[in-house]
Design a protein around this ligand. Structure first.
Ligand code: GDL
Length: 697
């Protein structure tokens, strides 16, 4: 690593020598720990990518946390000694961490002695770097400790300082506070008495771990690090949970290290990533962190990427990702199966051939040809990363798919009645289908990739996304009338993969605002509307909507002229709308709006004692009227109905359309005044609170 920590404000221990930037991995997640073989593989990779540290802290390893007092057995000792020695061979600093916080009594000298004994044992295995972790524990002290220490921070610092000195002040010694992110600090970072005590009393040679603003921090800003460094009196080591997935069994993160400006590097003591529980899919997480660590802000070669949301002149997440995926693709091609040896065909386009060595079977004439697997491509890996990107962000293809599905869903009804929209809807539905097919192809090629270890780590996730995408694909087909109706798709008696997520999924769906959060920047509208032709059975519903809206206006305005308008007679059903000129809007609660038109309004004018010689009827012979209930907050269904009726009236040969609007009908007034085509008209004999607006066709 070429980067040096330049935290000169906090240089008590470091005076006169530059300490190297700590860059690497913390195995600090809950769940099944990695195997010794995987850890050794990790050291090789870290060395290759210029990372230098591994922090051993597997939460569910018995002797790291729950039975922290227990010494390692001879068999375990052999394994740990081998591991520590493997780290040394690869120039990796092996930091042994212990988490005694679940049940330690800080004030009991026997407990302190047990801690020292355990760490002495690990030191005897050849380990030189240590860490005490106090994350995820109860902040309450037992009565004995309350008597001995003025605060929890004092208790933790006292034991940490004592152990540090007992181990003769190791070069690397890390402390993880209980308040390890800004969200945990009371009342905030700069006023936290816990952090102040740590900053003031922890010996200066001990470094402090910090996860950023939150446990899983979306972004980590320079200012936030300056703030915490000031109270801790040292630059923190970031324990980065950006790729951790131990909190959600449906997610895994294969997007690039991101949203940490490289300006942070000189302000930090180091960064350790606590990645996905599955070892092999961490290739991208660790590779891109290594690229980030190498991006010194002083680097001569700037790596600006236009279009990046926040441009970092030294690091492009997209480029770092592509570098990582290119290397990863090679690894996918390496078989870990002793029997099957896979060689590349001469042409890149050609499928990979599986050759079973000596016992290879060659099908005879008329027999089944051997199964051949298509090779995995870089595009497949890019898609994989896009679908399983980062905790607060989906990759570009995933975002597009969500956006398109949302559009297709909300425009299917309008496309069904508006021929202009049908073509666009069909074309976007085809593109969506292609994207779904690409996911299926990626799944197939991944499942056939020679490296089975990586596949097995990914399998549940890619299977899950394939099923999710399949459901969406079938749904879009049903919207377009090409598949089963959607009610049948989800209802009836589906197979268990038709209702996903188990009990936890059920709970989530019952909670408000589940799912989307800020991952999907334009959350889909939950209301689905249907615009359909009017039928005689709708008469009562339309009358009800009309009177509801009239009463509502009366309540708001107080008094209203009751002189009937032609529009009123249309809405109450006293005058029937012209054929093909009536639409009903429905949501899941039933009819919620309508739009009606009369081709020839002049004939109806007499019914309301209106002068039929009015010039308006010459330029605007047709009339349109409608209402939408207030529960329809989205203006687009009303706009769609108006557009549809105007197009029908035009195609029947009318020159123009007018509407009559009461001043108190703010909603409808708004629709027409905002529409650039409708203009106010001068019409004789209108009641004082009514205006007419018209548009030529
Ligand atoms: C945590 C735990 C960590 C876990 C992570 C993500 C720290 C310091 N501790 O709070 O073990 O993997 O969240 O769930 O981050």
């Amino acid at each position: 690593m070429s980067v040096m920590a330049t935290s000169t404000n906090f240089s008590e221990k470091t005076e006169g020598r530059d300490r190297r930037f700590i860059g690497g991995v913390v195995e600090g997640f809950y769940g099944r720990p990695w195997t010794m073989e995987q850890r050794t593989e990790l050291f090789k990779r870290e060395q290759k990518w210029d990372l230098n540290t591994y922090l051993y802290a597997p939460k569910d390893d018995y002797k790291h946390r729950m039975y922290w007092r227990d010494l390692y057995s001879p068999e375990e000792a052999v394994q740990l000694i081998a591991l520590i020695s493997a780290a040394r061979q690869h120039n990796i600093d092996f930091i042994y961490a212990i988490s005694p916080g679940l049940d330690i009594t800080f004030s009991n000298p026997k407990e302190v002695a047990a801690l020292k004994r355990k760490l002495d044992q690990v030191r005897d295995f050849g380990c030189c770097s240590f860490s005490l972790l106090f994350d995820d524990i109860e902040a309450d002290m037992c009565p004995a400790d309350k008597q001995a220490f003025s605060s929890f921070a004092h208790a933790q610092v006292a034991i940490t300082n004592e152990v540090y000195q007992h181990l003769r002040e190791p070069e690397t010694f890390l402390f993880c506070p209980t308040d390890y992110c800004a969200a945990f600090c009371t009342p905030n970072v700069s006023q936290s008495s816990y952090l102040r005590t740590v900053g003031d009393t922890l010996l200066p040679g001990i470094d402090v771990l910090w996860t950023g603003p939150k446990v899983v921090s979306h972004k980590i800003s320079v200012e936030s690090i300056e703030e915490v460094s000031s109270i801790l009196k040292r630059a923190p080591v970031i324990w980065d949970n950006i790729h951790a997935n131990d909190y959600d069994p449906q997610r895994i993160f294969m997007g690039p290290y991101k949203d940490r400006p490289t300006e942070l590097i000189p302000k930090l003591r180091g960064v350790l990533t606590n990645p996905n529980c599955e070892f092999y899919p961490n290739f991208v997480a660790i590779h891109t962190l290594a690229t980030w660590c190498k991006a010194s802000p002083d680097a001569a070669a700037r790596d600006v990427e236009m279009g990046d949301e926040e441009q970092d002149p030294c690091y492009s997440p997209h480029k770092a990702l592509m570098l990582a995926l290119t290397d990863w693709l090679e690894e996918f091609m390496c078989t870990d199966q002793p029997t099957a040896c896979l060689k590349k065909e001469s042409s890149e386009e050609e499928p990979m051939q599986t050759d079973l060595g000596e016992h290879s079977y060659v099908p005879g004439p008329g027999e089944n040809p051997l199964y051949t697997a298509e090779p995995l491509t870089l595009d497949d890996l890019k898609l994989l990363s896009d679908l399983f990107y980062l905790p607060y962000e989906y990759g570009s293809t995933a975002k597009t798919m969500l956006h398109e599905l949302n559009w297709l869903k909300s425009h299917s009804q309008a496309a069904a009645v508006d021929t202009d929209q049908t073509a666009e809807w069909r074309s976007r539905a085809r593109q969506f289908d292609d994207m779904c097919e690409a996911v299926v192809r990626m799944f197939n090629r991944l499942s056939n990739a020679p490296n089975r270890r990586i596949l097995y780590d990914l399998y549940n996730y890619i299977c899950d996304i394939k099923s999710g995408v399949h459901l969406a694909q079938a749904y879009v087909k049903s919207l377009g009338g090409l598949g089963k109706p959607s009610a049948q798709l989800m209802g009836a008696d589906p197979e268990p993969w038709g209702f996903r997520g188990g009990l936890s999924g059920e709970f989530q769906r019952m909670l408000p605002g589940h799912g989307n959060r800020d991952l999907f920047k334009h959350p889909p509208k939950t209301a689905v509307y249907c615009i359909r032709p009017y039928c005689p059975e709708d008469k009562m519903d339309i009358q009800r909507i009309f009177t509801n809206m009239q009463q509502e206006r009366r309540i708001k305005v107080g008094s209203m002229t009751d002189a009937p308008l032609i529009s009123d007679l249309l809405s109450t059903g006293e005058i029937p709308p012209s054929p093909q000129c009536a639409l009903v809007l429905e949501d899941d609660m039933g009819p919620c709006g309508y739009m009606l038109a009369l081709m020839d309004a002049k004939a109806a004018a007499a019914s309301v004692q209106k002068d039929t010689r009015d010039r308006v009827f010459e330029d605007f012979p047709s009339l349109i009227t409608g209402q939408v209930l207030p529960r329809v907050t989205d203006p687009s269904p009303a706009k769609r109905m108006i557009a549809q009726l105007l197009s029908t009236i035009r195609s029947c040969g009318s020159k123009g359309v007018f509407c009559e609007l009461r001043h108190s009908d703010r909603r409808m007034l708004d629709f027409y005044t905002k529409s650039s085509s409708f203009q106010p008209l001068k019409m004789d004999g209108l009641p004082p609170d009514v205006i007419a607006m018209g548009t030529g066709l």
